[in-house]
Design a protein around this ligand. Structure first.
Ligand SMILES: [Zn+2]
Ligand SMILES: [Zn+2]
Length: 172
């Protein structure tokens, strides 16, 4: 099966994928439900190992999006949210039930912001990027002790929290 020309190989793979799209989708769905924890871990692992490649691809993809496509996508996701409002609410409730400590801490931050006890800065604590930073709890029991990372830094914080020893960051 392997072709010498990578372009030809790519085209072959793409065509093969298109032909078997439904089957592949179904299979990966089954695999995911068999062991969601493991699938997510594998996915995270893949992204970690291919971060640069993925980012470059995504950057290109974003650049190629026309205004029209962007508008259409956001309209579609708005509509999806409207149609699935009940589903989303149920998900939120479940999350709150499973994470009472986090839920209380988040509510406390919201209240503190509302009365002006906390003030959301305009830049990220970590990288300094101007944005609307998230409130991040290092310890949810200290409800009003938060730092203010941007969405991106926030995500990385939580990934780092989940996997304290990353292969690439271990001393050589
Ligand atoms: Zn940041
Ligand atoms: Zn956080």
């Amino acid at each position: 099966m392997p072709y010498k020309d990578p372009e030809v190989q790519k085209r072959y793979d793409r065509e093969k994928y298109q032909r078997n799209k439904e089957k592949i989708k179904k299979r990966s769905k089954v695999r995911y439900h068999a062991n969601p924890e493991k699938s997510l871990q594998a996915n995270l692992e893949w992204h970690r190992n291919n971060r640069e490649r993925y980012n470059a691809y995504h950057r290109e993809w974003r650049k190629k999006q026309t205004e029209e496509q962007i508008a259409r996508n956001s309209k579609m996701s708005r509509e999806w949210c409207r149609k699935n409002a009940g589903k989303i609410r149920a998900k939120v409730r479940l999350y709150q039930k499973q994470n009472p400590e986090k839920t209380i801490a988040h509510a406390a931050v919201r209240a503190a912001l509302y009365v002006g006890f906390l003030v959301r800065p305009k830049v990220c604590d970590i990288c300094g990027k101007p944005c609307k930073p998230h409130a991040h709890h290092a310890d949810y029991s200290k409800m009003l002790e938060v730092t203010w990372p941007c969405p991106r830094c926030h995500k990385l914080l939580h990934i780092a929290k989940k996997t304290p020893s990353r292969k690439s960051e271990q001393p050589r």
